[in-house]
Design a protein around this ligand. Structure first.
Ligand SMILES: Cc1ncc(COP(=O)(O)O)c(C=O)c1O
Length: 376
Protein backbone atom coordinates (compact mmCIF):
# COMPACT_ATOMS: atom_id res chain seq x y z
CA UNK A 1 0.00 0.00 0.00
CA UNK A 2 1.28 3.46 -0.80
CA UNK A 3 1.60 6.02 1.94
CA UNK A 4 -1.12 8.69 1.92
CA UNK A 5 0.13 11.80 0.14
CA UNK A 6 -0.02 15.10 1.96
CA UNK A 7 -2.55 17.45 0.37
CA UNK A 8 -1.39 20.84 -0.84
CA UNK A 9 -4.52 23.00 -0.77
CA UNK A 10 -5.48 25.51 -3.43
CA UNK A 11 -5.61 28.37 -0.97
CA UNK A 12 -5.33 29.06 2.72
CA UNK A 13 -5.76 32.32 4.62
CA UNK A 14 -2.96 33.69 6.77
CA UNK A 15 -4.43 34.50 10.17
CA UNK A 16 -2.51 34.46 13.43
CA UNK A 17 -2.47 35.82 16.97
CA UNK A 18 -3.11 39.39 15.85
CA UNK A 19 -6.48 38.53 14.30
CA UNK A 20 -7.33 36.51 17.44
CA UNK A 21 -6.38 39.42 19.68
CA UNK A 22 -8.48 41.99 17.82
CA UNK A 23 -11.48 39.69 17.40
CA UNK A 24 -11.40 39.01 21.12
CA UNK A 25 -11.37 42.72 21.78
CA UNK A 26 -14.51 43.16 19.69
CA UNK A 27 -16.23 40.19 21.33
CA UNK A 28 -15.49 41.63 24.75
CA UNK A 29 -16.67 45.10 23.76
CA UNK A 30 -20.27 43.90 23.58
CA UNK A 31 -20.79 45.63 20.23
CA UNK A 32 -20.63 43.24 17.31
CA UNK A 33 -22.11 45.29 14.49
CA UNK A 34 -22.38 48.95 13.49
CA UNK A 35 -19.61 49.69 15.96
CA UNK A 36 -16.41 51.73 15.70
CA UNK A 37 -14.24 49.00 14.16
CA UNK A 38 -15.92 49.21 10.79
CA UNK A 39 -15.23 52.92 10.43
CA UNK A 40 -11.65 52.42 11.56
CA UNK A 41 -11.19 49.73 8.94
CA UNK A 42 -12.76 51.92 6.27
CA UNK A 43 -10.41 54.80 7.04
CA UNK A 44 -7.34 52.56 6.93
CA UNK A 45 -8.43 50.85 3.71
CA UNK A 46 -9.31 54.12 1.97
CA UNK A 47 -5.91 55.53 2.87
CA UNK A 48 -4.17 52.35 1.72
CA UNK A 49 -5.68 52.48 -1.77
CA UNK A 50 -5.77 56.25 -2.18
CA UNK A 51 -9.52 56.70 -2.33
CA UNK A 52 -11.33 59.38 -0.33
CA UNK A 53 -14.25 57.15 0.69
CA UNK A 54 -14.73 53.49 1.59
CA UNK A 55 -17.80 51.54 2.67
CA UNK A 56 -17.39 48.00 3.98
CA UNK A 57 -20.11 45.58 2.90
CA UNK A 58 -21.07 41.95 3.36
CA UNK A 59 -19.42 40.73 0.13
CA UNK A 60 -17.82 41.86 -3.08
CA UNK A 61 -21.02 40.92 -4.89
CA UNK A 62 -23.05 43.14 -2.56
CA UNK A 63 -20.73 46.07 -3.27
CA UNK A 64 -20.97 45.62 -7.03
CA UNK A 65 -24.73 45.22 -6.83
CA UNK A 66 -25.13 48.46 -4.90
CA UNK A 67 -22.88 50.38 -7.31
CA UNK A 68 -25.10 49.22 -10.19
CA UNK A 69 -28.17 50.21 -8.19
CA UNK A 70 -26.77 53.66 -7.40
CA UNK A 71 -25.89 54.15 -11.09
CA UNK A 72 -29.56 53.64 -11.92
CA UNK A 73 -28.88 50.62 -14.09
CA UNK A 74 -32.14 48.81 -14.72
CA UNK A 75 -34.51 47.00 -17.07
CA UNK A 76 -33.89 47.73 -20.72
CA UNK A 77 -30.23 48.60 -20.16
CA UNK A 78 -27.27 46.66 -21.43
CA UNK A 79 -24.07 46.46 -19.43
CA UNK A 80 -20.77 45.24 -20.85
CA UNK A 81 -18.47 43.01 -18.85
CA UNK A 82 -15.79 40.38 -19.26
CA UNK A 83 -16.67 36.78 -20.12
CA UNK A 84 -13.54 35.62 -18.28
CA UNK A 85 -14.56 36.44 -14.74
CA UNK A 86 -16.58 35.26 -11.80
CA UNK A 87 -20.37 35.31 -12.28
CA UNK A 88 -20.80 38.20 -9.84
CA UNK A 89 -19.33 40.57 -12.46
CA UNK A 90 -22.53 40.04 -14.48
CA UNK A 91 -25.01 39.15 -11.73
CA UNK A 92 -24.52 42.56 -10.11
CA UNK A 93 -26.46 44.27 -12.90
CA UNK A 94 -28.68 41.33 -13.90
CA UNK A 95 -30.10 41.65 -10.37
CA UNK A 96 -31.14 45.18 -11.35
CA UNK A 97 -32.87 43.93 -14.50
CA UNK A 98 -30.15 44.80 -17.03
CA UNK A 99 -28.93 42.53 -19.83
CA UNK A 100 -25.34 41.26 -20.00
CA UNK A 101 -23.18 41.91 -23.04
CA UNK A 102 -19.79 40.25 -23.10
CA UNK A 103 -16.78 41.87 -24.72
CA UNK A 104 -14.02 39.43 -25.55
CA UNK A 105 -10.66 39.56 -23.82
CA UNK A 106 -7.21 40.41 -25.09
CA UNK A 107 -5.08 37.24 -24.91
CA UNK A 108 -2.10 39.38 -23.88
CA UNK A 109 -3.81 40.66 -20.71
CA UNK A 110 -6.76 38.28 -20.12
CA UNK A 111 -8.83 41.40 -19.43
CA UNK A 112 -11.45 42.97 -21.71
CA UNK A 113 -10.08 44.27 -24.97
CA UNK A 114 -11.13 47.95 -25.17
CA UNK A 115 -11.75 47.58 -28.92
CA UNK A 116 -14.21 44.75 -28.19
CA UNK A 117 -15.91 46.94 -25.58
CA UNK A 118 -16.28 49.78 -28.07
CA UNK A 119 -17.68 47.37 -30.67
CA UNK A 120 -20.24 46.02 -28.19
CA UNK A 121 -21.84 49.41 -27.51
CA UNK A 122 -25.42 49.93 -28.68
CA UNK A 123 -27.96 52.65 -28.00
CA UNK A 124 -29.09 50.61 -24.97
CA UNK A 125 -25.65 50.39 -23.33
CA UNK A 126 -25.67 51.98 -19.92
CA UNK A 127 -22.47 50.87 -18.29
CA UNK A 128 -19.27 48.85 -18.18
CA UNK A 129 -18.22 46.56 -15.35
CA UNK A 130 -14.47 46.32 -15.90
CA UNK A 131 -12.73 43.42 -14.18
CA UNK A 132 -9.11 43.31 -12.94
CA UNK A 133 -8.92 39.61 -13.61
CA UNK A 134 -6.46 37.48 -11.67
CA UNK A 135 -5.31 40.69 -9.98
CA UNK A 136 -4.09 42.43 -13.13
CA UNK A 137 -5.43 45.95 -13.65
CA UNK A 138 -7.73 46.36 -16.63
CA UNK A 139 -7.15 48.96 -19.36
CA UNK A 140 -8.46 51.79 -17.23
CA UNK A 141 -7.49 54.77 -19.41
CA UNK A 142 -8.99 53.29 -22.56
CA UNK A 143 -12.15 52.09 -20.81
CA UNK A 144 -12.63 55.43 -19.09
CA UNK A 145 -12.25 57.23 -22.42
CA UNK A 146 -14.89 54.94 -23.96
CA UNK A 147 -17.23 55.42 -21.01
CA UNK A 148 -16.83 59.21 -21.17
CA UNK A 149 -17.33 59.33 -24.93
CA UNK A 150 -20.57 57.36 -24.74
CA UNK A 151 -21.86 58.67 -21.42
CA UNK A 152 -21.60 55.29 -19.65
CA UNK A 153 -21.04 54.47 -16.02
CA UNK A 154 -17.75 52.67 -15.34
CA UNK A 155 -17.60 50.33 -12.35
CA UNK A 156 -14.39 48.49 -11.48
CA UNK A 157 -14.65 44.93 -10.25
CA UNK A 158 -11.35 44.80 -8.38
CA UNK A 159 -12.46 41.88 -6.18
CA UNK A 160 -9.25 40.05 -7.08
CA UNK A 161 -6.93 43.05 -7.20
CA UNK A 162 -6.31 44.58 -3.78
CA UNK A 163 -2.76 45.94 -3.88
CA UNK A 164 -2.49 46.04 -7.67
CA UNK A 165 -1.19 49.21 -9.30
CA UNK A 166 -2.13 51.00 -12.48
CA UNK A 167 0.18 53.63 -13.85
CA UNK A 168 2.10 53.76 -10.58
CA UNK A 169 -0.87 54.20 -8.28
CA UNK A 170 -2.98 51.68 -6.39
CA UNK A 171 -6.23 50.41 -7.81
CA UNK A 172 -8.81 52.51 -6.04
CA UNK A 173 -6.89 55.76 -6.54
CA UNK A 174 -7.78 56.20 -10.20
CA UNK A 175 -11.34 57.39 -9.87
CA UNK A 176 -13.94 54.83 -10.95
CA UNK A 177 -15.80 53.37 -8.00
CA UNK A 178 -14.27 49.98 -7.31
CA UNK A 179 -14.96 46.92 -5.19
CA UNK A 180 -12.51 44.62 -3.40
CA UNK A 181 -13.47 41.21 -2.04
CA UNK A 182 -12.39 39.48 1.16
CA UNK A 183 -13.41 35.85 0.69
CA UNK A 184 -10.73 33.56 2.21
CA UNK A 185 -8.96 32.86 -1.08
CA UNK A 186 -8.32 36.58 -1.61
CA UNK A 187 -5.07 38.46 -0.83
CA UNK A 188 -6.58 39.53 2.48
CA UNK A 189 -9.65 38.02 4.03
CA UNK A 190 -12.30 38.69 6.61
CA UNK A 191 -14.11 35.39 6.13
CA UNK A 192 -16.71 37.07 3.97
CA UNK A 193 -16.88 40.72 3.07
CA UNK A 194 -15.99 43.40 0.61
CA UNK A 195 -15.47 47.13 0.37
CA UNK A 196 -16.61 49.79 -2.05
CA UNK A 197 -14.10 52.57 -2.62
CA UNK A 198 -15.19 55.71 -4.39
CA UNK A 199 -14.16 59.27 -5.13
CA UNK A 200 -17.77 60.41 -5.03
CA UNK A 201 -19.12 61.48 -1.67
CA UNK A 202 -22.63 61.15 -3.03
CA UNK A 203 -22.09 57.52 -4.12
CA UNK A 204 -20.52 56.74 -0.75
CA UNK A 205 -23.47 58.22 1.17
CA UNK A 206 -25.91 56.21 -0.90
CA UNK A 207 -23.97 52.98 -0.39
CA UNK A 208 -23.81 53.58 3.37
CA UNK A 209 -27.58 53.98 3.43
CA UNK A 210 -28.33 51.14 0.99
CA UNK A 211 -26.19 48.60 2.84
CA UNK A 212 -28.25 49.30 5.95
CA UNK A 213 -31.84 48.99 4.74
CA UNK A 214 -32.00 52.51 3.30
CA UNK A 215 -31.60 54.13 6.68
CA UNK A 216 -30.57 57.76 6.80
CA UNK A 217 -29.43 58.11 10.37
CA UNK A 218 -26.28 60.13 10.53
CA UNK A 219 -27.89 62.57 8.14
CA UNK A 220 -30.77 63.02 10.58
CA UNK A 221 -33.56 60.58 11.41
CA UNK A 222 -33.46 57.65 13.79
CA UNK A 223 -33.03 53.89 13.54
CA UNK A 224 -36.49 53.31 12.08
CA UNK A 225 -36.25 56.09 9.56
CA UNK A 226 -35.84 54.69 6.03
CA UNK A 227 -35.49 57.00 3.05
CA UNK A 228 -35.04 54.45 0.27
CA UNK A 229 -35.47 50.75 -0.45
CA UNK A 230 -32.26 49.20 0.78
CA UNK A 231 -30.55 45.92 1.48
CA UNK A 232 -29.04 44.24 4.46
CA UNK A 233 -25.50 44.17 3.09
CA UNK A 234 -23.94 45.09 6.43
CA UNK A 235 -20.60 43.91 7.68
CA UNK A 236 -19.79 43.17 11.34
CA UNK A 237 -17.19 44.54 13.72
CA UNK A 238 -15.84 41.04 14.11
CA UNK A 239 -15.02 41.05 10.41
CA UNK A 240 -13.60 44.56 10.71
CA UNK A 241 -11.26 43.37 13.47
CA UNK A 242 -9.96 40.59 11.23
CA UNK A 243 -9.69 43.12 8.41
CA UNK A 244 -7.63 45.56 10.46
CA UNK A 245 -5.19 42.80 11.42
CA UNK A 246 -4.97 41.75 7.78
CA UNK A 247 -4.40 45.33 6.61
CA UNK A 248 -1.56 45.69 9.09
CA UNK A 249 0.29 42.94 7.26
CA UNK A 250 -0.98 43.59 3.74
CA UNK A 251 2.39 44.76 2.46
CA UNK A 252 3.98 41.57 3.76
CA UNK A 253 1.17 39.50 2.26
CA UNK A 254 1.66 41.10 -1.15
CA UNK A 255 5.45 40.60 -0.97
CA UNK A 256 5.17 36.94 0.01
CA UNK A 257 2.63 36.26 -2.74
CA UNK A 258 4.79 37.99 -5.34
CA UNK A 259 7.78 35.95 -4.16
CA UNK A 260 5.78 32.72 -4.39
CA UNK A 261 4.64 33.66 -7.90
CA UNK A 262 8.25 34.34 -8.88
CA UNK A 263 9.29 30.91 -7.61
CA UNK A 264 6.55 29.22 -9.63
CA UNK A 265 7.57 31.30 -12.65
CA UNK A 266 11.16 30.11 -12.39
CA UNK A 267 10.09 26.48 -12.05
CA UNK A 268 7.73 26.87 -15.01
CA UNK A 269 10.57 27.95 -17.26
CA UNK A 270 11.82 24.35 -17.36
CA UNK A 271 8.42 23.02 -18.35
CA UNK A 272 7.32 22.99 -21.97
CA UNK A 273 3.69 23.26 -23.00
CA UNK A 274 2.64 25.49 -20.12
CA UNK A 275 2.27 29.25 -19.95
CA UNK A 276 1.94 31.42 -16.85
CA UNK A 277 -0.07 34.61 -16.49
CA UNK A 278 0.89 37.65 -18.57
CA UNK A 279 3.82 39.57 -17.05
CA UNK A 280 3.56 43.08 -15.62
CA UNK A 281 4.43 46.06 -17.76
CA UNK A 282 5.11 49.72 -17.04
CA UNK A 283 1.41 50.46 -16.53
CA UNK A 284 0.06 47.26 -15.00
CA UNK A 285 1.34 45.77 -11.76
CA UNK A 286 -0.51 42.63 -10.76
CA UNK A 287 -1.42 41.83 -7.19
CA UNK A 288 -1.02 38.07 -7.00
CA UNK A 289 -4.38 36.45 -6.32
CA UNK A 290 -4.25 33.00 -7.90
CA UNK A 291 -1.62 31.13 -9.84
CA UNK A 292 -3.20 30.15 -13.10
CA UNK A 293 -1.43 28.34 -15.91
CA UNK A 294 -2.51 27.75 -19.49
CA UNK A 295 -1.89 24.34 -21.00
CA UNK A 296 -1.01 23.83 -24.64
CA UNK A 297 -4.06 22.81 -26.63
CA UNK A 298 -2.66 19.33 -27.28
CA UNK A 299 -2.74 18.54 -23.55
CA UNK A 300 -5.92 17.11 -22.00
CA UNK A 301 -6.74 19.36 -19.05
CA UNK A 302 -8.97 16.78 -17.37
CA UNK A 303 -6.17 14.21 -17.42
CA UNK A 304 -3.65 16.72 -16.06
CA UNK A 305 -5.98 17.72 -13.23
CA UNK A 306 -6.70 14.10 -12.34
CA UNK A 307 -2.96 13.41 -12.19
CA UNK A 308 -2.40 16.44 -9.93
CA UNK A 309 -5.18 15.45 -7.55
CA UNK A 310 -3.96 11.86 -7.40
CA UNK A 311 -0.69 13.21 -5.99
CA UNK A 312 -2.43 15.43 -3.45
CA UNK A 313 -2.11 18.67 -5.40
CA UNK A 314 -5.36 20.62 -5.34
CA UNK A 315 -6.37 22.25 -8.61
CA UNK A 316 -9.43 23.82 -10.22
CA UNK A 317 -10.58 24.94 -13.66
CA UNK A 318 -10.04 28.65 -13.38
CA UNK A 319 -12.33 30.14 -14.54
CA UNK A 320 -15.10 28.93 -16.81
CA UNK A 321 -16.59 31.63 -19.05
CA UNK A 322 -19.58 33.37 -17.51
CA UNK A 323 -21.63 33.29 -20.71
CA UNK A 324 -21.36 29.50 -20.91
CA UNK A 325 -22.82 28.90 -17.45
CA UNK A 326 -26.10 26.93 -17.62
CA UNK A 327 -28.26 29.85 -16.46
CA UNK A 328 -26.71 32.14 -19.06
CA UNK A 329 -27.34 29.69 -21.90
CA UNK A 330 -30.94 29.21 -20.79
CA UNK A 331 -31.79 32.80 -20.10
CA UNK A 332 -30.00 34.58 -22.96
CA UNK A 333 -29.27 31.80 -25.44
CA UNK A 334 -25.51 32.38 -25.23
CA UNK A 335 -23.29 29.59 -26.54
CA UNK A 336 -19.85 28.74 -27.79
CA UNK A 337 -18.38 31.17 -30.27
CA UNK A 338 -19.65 34.35 -28.59
CA UNK A 339 -16.23 35.21 -27.15
CA UNK A 340 -13.71 32.90 -28.85
CA UNK A 341 -10.60 34.30 -27.17
CA UNK A 342 -12.00 33.95 -23.65
CA UNK A 343 -13.40 30.52 -24.45
CA UNK A 344 -10.03 29.37 -25.78
CA UNK A 345 -8.26 30.58 -22.65
CA UNK A 346 -10.89 29.25 -20.24
CA UNK A 347 -10.71 25.78 -21.78
CA UNK A 348 -6.97 25.56 -21.08
CA UNK A 349 -6.51 27.23 -17.69
CA UNK A 350 -6.14 25.66 -14.31
CA UNK A 351 -5.21 27.01 -10.90
CA UNK A 352 -2.36 25.61 -8.83
CA UNK A 353 -2.03 25.79 -5.04
CA UNK A 354 -1.24 29.39 -4.21
CA UNK A 355 -1.42 31.25 -0.92
CA UNK A 356 0.60 33.69 1.14
CA UNK A 357 2.49 31.13 3.20
CA UNK A 358 2.99 28.43 0.61
CA UNK A 359 6.36 26.75 1.14
CA UNK A 360 8.99 26.74 -1.59
CA UNK A 361 9.36 22.98 -1.27
CA UNK A 362 5.63 22.45 -1.77
CA UNK A 363 5.80 24.62 -4.87
CA UNK A 364 8.65 22.48 -6.15
CA UNK A 365 6.53 19.37 -5.52
CA UNK A 366 3.57 20.91 -7.35
CA UNK A 367 5.72 21.67 -10.37
CA UNK A 368 7.29 18.23 -10.33
CA UNK A 369 3.86 16.57 -10.28
CA UNK A 370 2.76 18.92 -13.06
CA UNK A 371 5.85 18.06 -15.09
CA UNK A 372 5.06 14.34 -14.86
CA UNK A 373 1.34 15.02 -15.54
CA UNK A 374 2.10 16.81 -18.81
CA UNK A 375 4.63 14.17 -19.79
CA UNK A 376 7.60 16.57 -19.52
C1 LIG B 1 -13.81 38.94 -10.21
C2 LIG B 1 -14.71 38.76 -9.03
N1 LIG B 1 -15.78 39.54 -8.91
C3 LIG B 1 -16.61 39.46 -7.86
C4 LIG B 1 -16.41 38.54 -6.85
C5 LIG B 1 -17.40 38.44 -5.75
O1 LIG B 1 -16.89 38.62 -4.48
P1 LIG B 1 -17.64 37.93 -3.22
O2 LIG B 1 -17.39 36.46 -3.31
O3 LIG B 1 -17.00 38.58 -2.05
O4 LIG B 1 -19.09 38.25 -3.33
C6 LIG B 1 -15.29 37.71 -6.92
C7 LIG B 1 -15.03 36.75 -5.84
O5 LIG B 1 -14.76 35.62 -5.97
C8 LIG B 1 -14.43 37.79 -8.04
O6 LIG B 1 -13.37 36.98 -8.17
Amino acid sequence: MTEAVREIPLSRPWVDEREEELVLEVLRSGRLSLGPWIERFEELLAERVGAPHAAAVSSGTAGLHMLCHVAGIGAGDEVITSPLSFVASANCFILEGATPVFADIDPKTLNMDPAAVEAAITERTRGIVAVDMFGRPCELDELRAIADRHGLVLIEDAAEALGAEYDGRPIGAQGPSAVFGFYPNKQMTTGEGGVVVTHSEDVWRQIVSLRNQGRSYGEGGGWFHHVRVGFNYRWTDVQAAIGIAQLEKLDRILELRAAAARRYGELLEDLGGIEGLPPDDAKHRRSWFVYVVRLDSDLDRGDVMTALRREGVATAEYVPCIHLQPYMRERYGFGEGLCPVAEGVASRTLALPFFTQIEAEDQARVMEVLRVAVGG
